[in-house]
Design a protein around this ligand. Structure first.
Ligand code: BGC
Length: 246
């Protein structure tokens, strides 16, 4: 449940500020507008991620989506790489030219609204957590994202996906979309089990949330601490960026 914002005195409008939430993924870019309580105000839209996914091409796709979303007052962007103070540091599943890109500033210039940008798994985690104890998020899509929170406070840019999991291969090399395509569902689920068995006793989260498009391939029976979250958390978490330091 997202806590409501304190609106400035004299603001009588019930559903402002409206936040345009954008989620840049390796295969799709999604958008939605939320009211201050996190309630969606429009239908979620999705466009394919352009290839090559250069900053210019991705910004053009964001401009197109923003143009279809009605009015909004501010923007949150989830990005599939390390984002520090709104500036991109890595983007391994897009093209090679993102490092140093001032993403939040660029989207703000594009839309004329203030913008905050953060790592996509961090935002998805914001959309899933309860704010109690240690909570961890992993996302399964083109890449593997990870986020960790203590009493709702984020440690930004946990790049667990690029840490070795087994046989000299990283979590992302064994659990990303390419691994699912290459290994098949059964072997991929085996590596996912291995990842869960590795993460739980090391990080000791109260809850481990699993989201992203490929969370639909999770086996039916999950350990008690593991919860599947809907992909829409990647968008809904965008509102929390405005309740926490950028
Ligand atoms: C990136 C992470 C991102 C994840 C999911 C990884 O390759 O390094 O920053 O969160 O993919 O998009």
């Amino acid at each position: 449940m997202v806590a409501p914002f304190a609106l400035p005195f004299g603001t009588m409008t019930t559903n402002r500020p409206r936040t345009l939430c954008i989620d840049i993924g390796g295969s799709g870019i999604k958008s939605m507008v939320l009211d201050p309580e996190g309630t969606p105000l429009v239908e979620r839209q999705r466009l394919a991620t352009p290839r090559p996914a250069s900053p210019q091409a991705v910004l053009e796709t964001i401009a197109q989506l923003a143009g279809e979303m009605g009015s909004f007052d501010r923007v949150s962007v989830g990005f599939p790489g390390v984002v520090d103070q709104g500036v991109v540091r890595t983007g391994v599943n897009l093209d090679g030219t993102w490092a140093g890109m001032p993403l939040a500033q660029a989207v703000s210039d594009l839309t004329g609204k203030p913008c905050r940008a953060a790592n996509d798994a961090d935002i998805q985690g914001y959309g899933a957590i309860e704010g109690l104890g240690v909570e961890m998020m992993i996302t399964l899509g083109t890449g593997m994202g990870a986020a960790i929170f203590s009493d709702g406070k984020l440690v930004p840019n946990l790049e667990l996906g690029h840490h070795p999991l087994a046989e000299g291969q990283s979590y992302e090399e064994l659990l990303g979309q390419a691994a699912l395509d290459r290994l098949g569902l059964e072997a991929w689920q085996g590596w996912l089990q291995r990842a869960i068995d590795t993460i739980l006793p090391i990080w000791n989260p109260r809850v481990l949330y699993i989201g992203g498009g490929n969370a639909r391939h999770l086996p039916g029976a999950l350990p008690a601490k593991v919860q599947r979250v809907k992909n829409v958390a990647g968008i809904l978490g965008g509102i929390r960026l405005w309740q926490n330091p950028s």
